[in-house]
Design a binder for this molecule. Structure first.
Ligand code: GLU
Length: 308
């Protein structure tokens, strides 16, 4: 499988399972500012692959709001729901190479492919490695992992290492409900779009080794990674749709939310900008953004270093 050569780019990839909330605004902002500061294009992708979880109209709402907030993307947004052909091609190649196998296990095989910490299934013990163990008709496809540490340097979190066999197990690339798993889709999409810089929330740190493993199997170079700290609610949980109304960004509160997001990223927000339209704050940030205030790691210097 080949991928088109593209100029360097960063991206924001919201899942339209609800409206934009402050946590995702922080991811959008961090990826945007770091991409721009490092001379990259910035792209928008709608992660609407998991159809049962998609909320009708949420994606359009997110796009409209990002536009109002002043974000500018450099190509038409990519919709994962329209990209099954490319995911099929990738899975096909892995099948031909004998790297994946059909799996009849029902036990949380869907959850095992979930992108977020806390939504992971148990470590998969390899039950179906030598053939489907059960008689279920609907099969998932799992990727055989290796017992070797995968290491990477995260721009903010430093050196990370994960042994996929011990910590994850063979993971699902194609779910038994006929949906491609996030892990495969994000890698194929990022390769097709020329994404060489991934900036996102720290809840995806635990998915990164799986993705790097996929890049290797597809003979491609993985992007550089920076995982931003998560905004936590008062209960210590990640702020998300679970917190219903809390933290939802709207046209009405966008100025306040943009200010909060910039402060969260540790930027020296000038008092005089308080109450200004969000787009004006974003323009200020494009000039003033200082990645070093995020507390970058030594091993990640190249990740956040400005291009001269
Ligand atoms: N769609 C994922 C989310 O909303 C992010 C995927 C990614 O950045 O790789 O959490």
């Amino acid at each position: 499988m080949s991928f088109p050569a593209q100029p360097a780019a960063g991206r924001f990839a919201p899942s339209p399972t609800g409206p934009l909330h402050l946590g995702s605004l922080i991811a959008a902002l961090g990826s945007y500012l770091i991409a721009r500061k490092t001379g990259r294009r910035w792209l928008l992708r709608i992660d609407d692959l998991d159809r049962p979880r998609v909320v009708a109209g949420a994606a359009d709402g997110i796009i409209r709001l990002l536009e109002e907030l002043g974000f500018a993307w450099d190509a038409a947004p990519v919709w994962q729901s329209q990209r099954d052909a490319r995911y099929t091609e990738a899975l096909q190649q892995l099948k031909q190479e004998g790297l994946v196998y059909p799996c009849s296990c029902t036990r949380k095989d869907v959850l095992a492919s979930a992108p977020h910490a806390g939504e992971e299934g148990p470590i998969y013990p390899g039950t179906c490695r030598s053939g489907p163990a059960g008689s279920r008709q609907q099969l998932a496809w799992r990727l055989r992992v290796a017992r070797e540490p995968i290491s990477f340097c995260d721009g903010l979190n430093g050196n990370w290492q994960q042994n996929l066999e011990d910590e994850i197990g063979d993971f699902v690339l194609f779910r038994s409900d006929g949906i491609f798993a996030y892990q495969l889709a994000t890698v194929v999409d990022d390769l097709d779009s020329g994404i060489d810089q991934v900036v996102r929330g720290a809840d995806l740190l635990g998915s990164t080794a799986r993705q790097i493993y996929l890049y290797r199997l597809l003979n491609q170079k993985s992007p550089e990674y920076t995982h931003l700290p998560l905004l936590l609610g008062s209960d210590g949980e990640k702020i998300s749709k679970r917190h219903s109304e809390v933290g939802i960004v709207t046209a009405e509160n966008s100025s306040e939310m943009m200010q909060l997001a910039l402060l969260f990223l540790n930027q020296p927000f000038p008092a005089g900008l308080a109450g200004a339209p969000a787009a004006e704050m974003l323009n200020w940030a494009l000039l003033a953004f200082d990645a070093s205030l995020l507390g970058q790691e030594d091993c990640g210097l190249t990740a956040l270093q400005e291009k001269r």
